[in-house]
Write a protein that binds this ligand. Structure first.
Ligand code: ADP
Length: 401
């Protein structure tokens, strides 16, 4: 089965192609072809990077309207060609950021699903329009091929009311203001992979998964089911992130708007784009730059790191409370997978849980392995998140059903 995965964002389009036999391999296979279209790096237009057949090609793309067609064309033409015809694709899986409270699992895209994704645009203004654009273009080029939506919010639909509903007048919940949570595909993949790595049933584990990328969120998972998460109505809630502030006193917004006469758009930009590591350090949203600057004695970078860590540890505490215990702490995504220092400093503050890190293992570039000390009652895993692979598997099982 040939599966195309499309992961459309506001400023990029990631895509990959998997070829699967009858059985699912134990380890994630390399995609046959990978493409990444980035609108942020060039002065004008975008840069499309395609990897296949052991080579990497960069192509300039001028117009947004035709960009996806240019991207798909690299599957069937030139040195990057891996298919004779686009009709060889059996299913297209789309990452869709917001599925609201309606979709608790992946679903074959119909007019009704498209309408639901459209209706949710106000809740995901940067993402849902990009997903719809991708869905429509595939529909136009390959009308016969089934498309599947895999929602970032789906894994969190099991969160109980007490964690889901905000203490606002109840009518706002009835109007859709609630905790939705995001990064669900990554959290779910990591939970399943945890059970696989530890060779224990998922149903027997209390897991806290820490997705630390540019965006950061935690999930509390019991019996394989998500019971709490740090992101909320939007991806702004919860942890301090690269450029997002995470949870702050909501009165601050009102004060900023009144005192400094800022409009909603300006406040939105400050909270989402100019805060977090970038806002406090004044130098960067990238954890590598922050830790390098700390080594050079930059005190603002140190402060940003300290706040990040403080909030991270408190939020882990909150997730552990939701689970009434913890068996496994999982680090994943850019920072979680790569920053030894973040893992070390975090775990040093969790010894009250009995958790003990094996420093040598932590420093040894771990991937999909346990880095806790042998006698630590809480395991600490570093897992390479594989969202595209998880989307491909969901798309496959959706059309097999
Ligand atoms: P996204 O949320 O965009 O998918 P990623 O999961 O790729 O992001 O994470 C990106 C972040 O990972 C970067 O901003 C950077 O801070 C961090 N990162 C990547 N490599 C390292 C590293 N070696 N050490 C520390 N942080 C890293």
């Amino acid at each position: 089965m040939i599966i195309l995965v499309l992961n459309a964002g506001s400023s990029s389009q990631k895509s990959c192609l998997y070829s699967l036999g009858k059985s699912i391999p134990d380890t994630t296979p390399e995609p046959l072809w990978e493409a990444h279209l980035d609108w942020t790096v060039a002065q004008e237009g975008g840069i499309l990077t395609v990897k296949s057949n052991d080579l990497k090609q960069k192509i300039e793309v001028k117009e947004r309207e035709t960009a996806l067609k240019v991207l798909l064309n690299t599957l069937v033409t030139g040195d990057t060609k891996v298919l004779e015809n686009l009709n060889e694709i059996d299913v297209v899986g789309h990452r869709v950021v917001h599925g609201g409270s309606k979709y608790s699992q992946a679903i074959v895209i119909t007019q009704e699903v498209k309408q639901a994704i459209t209706d949710l645009i106000p809740l995901a203004p940067n993402h849902n329009p990009a997903h719809l654009e991708g869905i429509n273009i595939i529909e136009e080029i390959l009308p016969e091929i089934p498309q599947v939506a895999v929602f970032d919010t789906a894994f969190h639909t099991t969160i109980p009311d007490a964690a889901k509903i905000y203490p606002l007048p109840y009518e706002y919940y009835e109007k859709g203001i609630q905790r939705y949570g995001f990064h669900g595909t990554s959290h779910q993949y990591c939970a399943n992979r945890t059970a696989q790595i530890l060779q224990q049933p998922l149903e027997s584990l209390k897991i806290v998964t820490c997705h630390l990328g540019n965006g950061c969120s935690l999930a509390a998972i019991k019996n394989g089911i998500c019971v709490d998460t740090t992101m909320g109505f939007s991806p702004l809630e919860g942890l301090m992130m690269g450029t997002r502030c995470g949870s702050i006193d909501p009165q601050i917004l009102i004060y900023m708007m009144q005192k400094y006469e800022l409009d909603a758009g300006t406040v939105n930009k400050i909270l989402n784009k100019e805060s977090g590591l970038k806002g406090v350090s004044g130098i960067s949203a990238d954890m590598r730059t922050i830790t390098n600057a700390i080594a050079d004695g930059n005190t603002q970078a140190q402060l940003a790191f300290d706040i990040y860590l403080h909030r991270f540890k408190s939020s882990i505490g909150a997730m552990v409370a939701s689970l009434n215990g913890i068996d496994v702490l999982v680090f994943t995504a850019g920072v979680g997978e790569n920053s030894r220092i973040v893992r070390e400093k975090t775990c040093a503050g969790l010894t009250y849980l009995g958790l003990q890190l094996d420093l040598a293992k932590n420093n040894g570039d771990p991937v999909d392995t346990n880095i806790a000390a042998d006698d630590s009652p809480v395991k600490v895993l570093v897992i390479h998140t594989q969202e595209d692979w998880a989307i491909a598997l969901s798309a496959r099982s959706c059309i097999a059903d």
